[in-house]
Design a protein around this ligand. Sequence first.
Ligand SMILES: Cc1ncc(COP(=O)(O)O)c(C=O)c1O
Length: 405
Amino acid sequence: MADEAAVSPDSIKPDSIKPDSIKPDSIEPGPIEFIDLGAQRRRIGERMDEAIRRVVDHGRFILGPEVGELEQRLAEFCGAKHVLSCANGTDALGLAVMAKGLAPGQAVVVPSFTFAATAEIVAWYGATPVFADVYADTFNLDPASLEAGIATARRLGLDPVGVIPVDLFGQPADYDAILEIAAAHGMWVICDAAQSFGATYRDRKIGTIGDLTTTSFFPAKPLGCYGDGGAVLLDDDAPMAVLRSLRVHGQGADKYDNVRVGMNARLDTMQAAVLLEKLRIFADEIAARQLVAARYGALLHDLVRVPEVPDGLTSVWAQYTVRLPAGVDRDRVAARLKAAGVPTAQYYAKPLHRQTAYRDYPVAGNGLPVSERLAAEVLSLPMHPYLSEAVQDRIVDALRAALRG
Ligand SMILES: Cc1ncc(COP(=O)(O)O)c(C=O)c1O
């Protein structure tokens, strides 16, 4: 097994995983887990219990020593100069836009094909999310639609101040193009890396690309805790003092004098302890996910549209989402898979600009046809680092049978 204490994303190549580092826990027939946290627990449970017990014993449940240690370890892992942990990925986005001074009258371009939090935090501050379209092959923000979204915002008399690209399903967005457009328009870039912590974009790691990057440690994320958690990652020194203050109600140097309106967005010490243990095996788990994705791709590409990762990028495969052929009844396929013991999910069955809370916000240009098409075609398959080849084969066979009708 790789030295768990010393692993970094670069130190583990997919083909360097030794068979005993990944236990084929799901090999026996029976229910297939969409995300098998139990298998991970069987691997590191003992150490985890000790780590949790240490927190119970020292009793510093809020901003205890594990929080600072985690922030340092996360920074080392992703190469960002600073990491500010926080309560969840939504608060991480909220803190980031607050640090940017987001206000009414301003617009932020966000993809429509994402989780609600990306747009929600723009609306929190009375600003306007402008929904943009995505690429069909990578599911990520289409720079041409970003340009259209900026024009739409201006036409509506709004000031387009920022863009929040999302690294959907674990794969980095098209950052070279997005950063160039944002720079040309004087806009900030906050990378929503809730699903992509640990991924790489050309020679850069996620966490070092935009002005600020945010991530989530929700249990189902590639690096997930045992509850809610998140972080803001950044290289710039300047926003750190403000972010730290915002995380604790806008506290000033004198803790009884709050100098700005903030929030209560601290990460629990217990969750930090959990994440420290999980971080030890994270690079190994990413490599295992990449093996699963590569094998899925080889076995599924003649059945469905499999996700594409452009050259020079790596994904952490938060989800493995395929596109069913046009005209296929997705609910029927999902029901057949369920009957065969294969759980699936539809990320995302409704783009944000079609959802009740968001449908009155503007969309870029003349509509978002790709997001709408994807929402009708996508199906996410079980994906986690402990998915044995035998179980992968069962999933592939079940999908083949379900598609046959
Ligand atoms: C793209 C994206 N952004 C933000 C979030 C919010 O993260 P959290 O659930 O930790 O608040 C999520 C969570 O699923 C997400 O997928």
